[in-house]
Write a protein that binds this ligand. Structure first.
Ligand code: KG4
Length: 334
């Protein structure tokens, strides 16, 4: 089944052609440089840029695969969750394509797609497995019981891990999206030079909270500025990176043990974090579990992962009709 996949949930306009787990082509128009001057994504601008880019990006994905829309069996599109204006561009474009070409349509959940990025990299990965989903807007521990059956075992009560990285990086003067630069700067720092709090979360031991940690880092920077003192960007980056990674790894390993999973996957933009990858590898080696990491090019938002998840959604009969609507929020289980 050849699928044309479209992704426009945030600040990348992406299209891909996939066949099962195989990626036949990808195309992307990144908006990073546009939003960088504002220090974060400006939703109104993002929607308009998706509108400008979506036709060219789709044509490029089709032509790189040596296909026209006639050679496509179905169209998969990210429908939720994300920035509503951005999602609507992709959803309406996909609906128009399906209406004019009489192809089946599939609305795909963005986090399900991030998990599916692992299927591209690991031909032998099959559910059930446990997945740590860490992106700019979400942090969750998800039981992947089947390709289209998910259970959320833990989630953030406030900020996502990526948000914590991006906002603390911005406070240190790094450019958007700060998580990438913070990871590089942290490699040169000593994490023990700053004592940051470990957030406590009442209730589920597998839930997360990163807003207190974010505030503690920002306060450290402000206090230094008020006292006219300098601070070490390298050491502070290393400290916050270590804290976030320790929390994510500890909870994931504990959850896998308690729920009896011997396979652990990671998904979302923050799965590119070098320390997180190292620590998870260490944890899995120690406990005899198998770790699945997505290739770096499939960690962030991309359309190939949408095509692969769309394939499994369509196999499960999850075909959308012309009433498909975008939604800013949606539980991965629904
Ligand atoms: O999954 P993604 O591309 O978009 C969302 O769906 O949210 O994730 C973007 C997030 C941003 O917060 C970005 O800073 C973070 O992923 N990120 C990283 C790294 N690369 C991207 N965070 C830490 N270390 C990295 N190497």
């Amino acid at each position: 089944m050849k699928i044309l996949a479209i992704e426009s949930s945030c600040d990348d306009t992406a299209a891909a052609v996939t066949e099962g787990r195989k990626v036949l082509s990808t195309a992307v128009a990144s908006q990073i440089m546009t939003h960088r001057v504002f220090g974060g994504v400006v939703p109104e601008i993002a929607s308009r840029q998706h509108t400008e880019s979506i036709c060219a990006v789709t044509e490029k994905a089709l032509s790189s695969a040596g296909l026209t829309i006639d050679g496509i069996d179905a169209v998969a599109v990210t429908a939720y969750p994300g920035l509503i204006g951005s999602l609507l561009v992709g959803v309406n474009f996909a609906k128009g394509l399906c209406l004019s070409s009489n192809k089946p349509l599939c609305g795909v959940h963005h986090l399900r797609s991030h998990i599916a990025a692992n299927y591209i990299t690991h031909a032998d990965l099959e559910p059930p497995f446990l997945c740590l989903v860490v992106s700019g807007g979400n942090t969750q521990i998800v039981a992947v019981d089947d390709y289209t059956k998910f259970r959320v075992l833990g989630k953030t009560r406030d900020d996502a891990a990526g948000e914590c990285f991006d906002k603390t990086a911005r406070a240190m003067g790094m450019s958007y999206p700060g998580g990438v630069e913070l990871d590089i700067v942290a490699e040169k720092g000593d994490p023990s030079k700053y004592k940051l709090p470990t957030p406590s979360v009442d209730g589920s031991v597998f839930d997360f909270s990163f807003s207190g940690l974010k505030t503690a880092v920002i306060n450290t920077i402000h206090n230094a500025a008020q006292k006219n003192q300098s601070y070490s960007k390298e050491d502070l980056s290393a400290a916050v990176r270590q804290k976030v990674c320790d929390i994510c790894v500890e909870k994931t390993m504990l959850c896998a043990e308690k729920e009896g999973f011997d396979k652990i996957a990671v998904a979302g933009g923050v799965s590119a974090n070098s320390l997180l990858r190292r620590k998870l590898l260490e944890g899995c080696e120690k406990s005899g579990k198998r770790l699945f990491l997505p290739e770096l090019k499939y960690c962030g938002d991309n359309a190939a992962m949408v095509g692969v998840q769309g394939y499994y959604e369509l196999l499960a009969g999850n075909r959308a009709d012309m009433g498909l609507n975008a939604a800013a929020t949606k539980n991965i289980e629904d």
